[in-house]
Design a protein around this ligand. Structure first.
Ligand code: SF4
Length: 215
């Protein structure tokens, strides 16, 4: 079911017990984007999103009509694959209390990575890598600038390149700065190539999984 109404107009999450999550899907694949592109990883896509990007390619993740699974069940499934990386994504995963899930993954020897727009507090969740991808459609919380290991800005139009600099100025010096073309705007790839060549503090992130036609 593809949701087309704004996330704010829909109930985002049902009442959940601590350590339970609304899960759209969880699967083994290669990380397609960012610094860990090509790394085998177990993806956990949580339901619910409060951002509402008009170009979103996973609009089904916006609603919460997905199965509820426990942190232990998800971590067991991830560990059973033998991979060392798990990626918690969404939707907007910070709508959930990520502490129990991150702890369950790390207790099984997996690195717990997060991909977020940073719109909700992270709380006490201990993570091994935070991909912070702010969106124009809902402002991120300031706490994410200090927590980001990589800043990933999606480039849908040329102004996004200017907008990206405002966020890059606020992250830590060690934070990677990534520009990623928006998939359905093919010309954005050339904008990003040209920008990275003339602004070499930036790197290009390519959605390799889409080029490979894998999840
Ligand atoms: Fe889609 Fe992610 Fe934007 Fe939510 S934050 S609307 S899941 S691209």
């Amino acid at each position: 079911m593809t949701q087309t109404t704004a996330p704010e107009a829909a109930p985002l999450l049902p009442p959940l017990a601590v350590g339970d999550y609304v899960v759209m899907e969880h699967f083994l694949t290669l990380q397609g984007e960012g610094a860990f592109a090509g790394t085998p990883a177990y993806f956990i896509r949580l339901g619910g999103c409060d951002v509402g990007c008009h170009w979103c390619d996973v609009k089904d993740s916006w609603h919460a009509n997905w199965p509820v699974l426990s942190a232990d069940a998800l971590a067991d499934a991830a560990a059973a694959t033998g991979v060392r990386h798990a990626v918690i994504t969404g939707g907007e995963p910070t709508l959930h209390d990520l502490g129990p899930l991150a702890a369950a993954l790390r207790a099984r020897g997996l690195r717990a990575h997060l991909e977020t727009s940073g719109t909700n507090p992270l709380g006490a969740a201990e993570l091994d890598w935070v991909t912070f991808s702010p969106k124009k459609f809902k402002a991120p919380l300031p706490e994410y600038y200090a927590k980001a290991d990589e800043l990933k800005v999606i480039v849908h139009n040329r102004h996004d390149l200017v907008w990206a600099e405002g966020h890059a100025a606020q992250v830590r010096p060690s934070c990677l700065r990534l520009l990623q073309p928006e998939w359905y705007t093919p010309e954005s790839a050339q904008w990003v190539v040209a920008y990275c060549l003339s602004h070499p503090t930036w790197r290009m992130s390519v959605q390799t999984h889409k080029h490979l036609n894998i999840p």
